[in-house]
Design a protein. Structure first.
Length: 204
C-alpha cells in the first residue's frame, strides 16, 4: 500500500486517542449512547487534523468505547476515518489508495456540495442537538446539489432513548429546515466510502 500523490483518491483509516469526558457531561448524559457534543467534536477533530471537509460522521456500530467513523473530502481525495474519541493527536494506521475513476458520481456529488457549504458540520450538529435536546449519532451532507435539488443542507440524526429523529440544517445559513424528508438520501458518504475501500482492496 502507498499514497498516490496527485490523480488519486485516498481512503485512510485513522484512530485517535480517547478523550476524557467531564463529570458534568457524564452525569447529564448518563442515559445516552454518547454525550451531546461528542459527534460535533469528532467532526471538528477530523477536519482540523486531516484538513478537508467531512462529508459524513457517525457513531459506528460497535460495542465498548464509542467509535466514530467518517468520510472526508480533501481536494480530489476521499478518506475513510475511524476514531475512538475526538482528540488532537492522530496516528494513521492504514491507507488504501484509490484511482480517480473509482470515485462514483454519487461520491463526487457529495464532494462538490461539501465544498460549497458555508456552515461547519460541527456547528450544524450542535444546532440540531440543541433543538432536539438529544445527542447526535449521525450527520453529514444531505441530498447533494443537482438539477433537481437546489438546497444545500446537512442531515443530523439524534437518538433519545430508542427514538431516532432526523433533522436538517441549511449548510449556507445555519437555520433548521422544516419538513426535510425530501433531502434525505438512502446511500450516505460513509457507506459509499466503505464500499470504495472494499473495491480498492480487490484492485490489483
Amino acid at each position: 500500500m502507498h499514497i498516490v500523490k496527485s490523480q488519486a483518491a485516498i481512503v485512510g483509516l485513522v484512530i485517535l486517542s480517547v478523550l476524557t469526558l467531564s463529570p458534568q457531561q457524564l452525569h447529564a448524559d448518563a442515559q445516552s449512547v454518547v454525550p451531546m457534543g461528542a459527534l460535533a467534536d469528532a467532526a471538528d477533530t477530523f477536519e482540523k487534523s486531516r484538513g478537508g471537509r467531512v462529508l459524513e460522521v457517525r457513531l459506528a456500530d460497535t460495542t465498548g468505547v464509542p467509535v466514530f467513523e467518517a468520510a472526508l473530502a480533501k481536494g480530489n481525495a476521499v478518506q475513510y476515518l475511524r476514531i475512538e474519541s475526538p482528540s488532537q493527536d492522530v496516528t494513521e494506521i492504514a491507507v488504501t489508495s484509490l484511482p480517480q475513476w473509482l470515485l462514483n458520481y454519487r461520491m463526487e456529488a457529495y464532494m462538490r456540495s461539501a465544498a460549497k457549504a458555508k456552515v461547519a458540520l460541527g456547528a450544524a450538529i450542535r444546532k440540531a442537538e440543541n433543538r432536539d435536546h438529544a445527542p447526535a449519532v449521525d450527520a453529514g451532507i444531505a441530498k447533494p446539489l443537482s438539477g433537481t435539488n437546489a438546497v444545500l443542507a446537512y442531515f443530523v440524526e439524534t437518538l433519545k432513548g430508542s427514538k431516532r429523529q432526523e433533522l436538517a440544517v441549511d449548510a449556507t445559513t445555519g437555520n433548521l429546515i422544516e419538513n426535510p424528508n425530501s433531502l434525505f438520501e438512502p446511500h450516505t458518504p460513509v457507506e459509499l466510502a466503505q464500499r470504495l475501500a472494499a473495491l480498492a482492496a480487490l484492485t490489483p
